[in-house]
Design a protein around this ligand. Structure first.
Ligand SMILES: [Zn+2]
Length: 155
């Protein structure tokens, strides 16, 4: 007699799968903005995409990640708790996840400020998510806002 409990799900269900278009409109809209910045700064990289993994517990929603083009990612799933029907919250979350995956999976600081060559970070400025540069340091340049997310290619 075995005391090992049966697996709750067959193994293949634990493979990550691409999220079908239209499943998470807010995240998809946010990711489209981030992909514009990726295309403008790293045109050799394919688009970022959403990948889903089933939650380990029954009746819990799948976990969704922002992955680089090969389907791999780094970091936490997108936040599903609480009030996530706000586009700005969704964008902030997607930007964080996208940056982590690009930096950790593609091994480079991203995105770089074209003026200073420094890796930028997202910041909420007047309810817009923007890329923020820490500035030139020794040259005395001030920290500055570079562009709204999605608009790096217009700078
Ligand atoms: Zn800068």
């Amino acid at each position: 007699m075995s005391t090992i409990p049966p697996r709750r799900r067959p193994f293949p269900d634990f493979d990550p799968r691409p999220v079908p278009p239209g499943t998470y409109p807010l995240w998809e809209e946010a990711l489209a903005l981030v992909n514009r910045d990726l295309a403008a700064t790293l045109p050799e990289q394919g688009e970022l995409r959403l990948m889903a993994l089933p939650h380990g517990e029954e009746d819990e929603p799948e976990q969704v990640y922002v992955a680089v083009a090969d389907g791999s990612w780094h970091g936490n799933p997108l936040e599903r708790e609480g009030d996530r029907d706000d586009p700005a919250d969704a964008l902030a979350d997607v930007v964080d996840a996208a940056q982590e995956s690009v930096v950790e999976r593609l091994w480079q600081a991203w995105p770089l400020c074209a003026e200073h060559g420094l890796g930028m970070h997202p910041r909420d400025v007047d309810d817009r998510i923007v890329w923020w540069c820490a500035g030139g340091g020794r040259t005395g340049d001030q920290a500055h806002l570079r562009a709204a997310v999605g608009e790096l290619g217009t700078m």
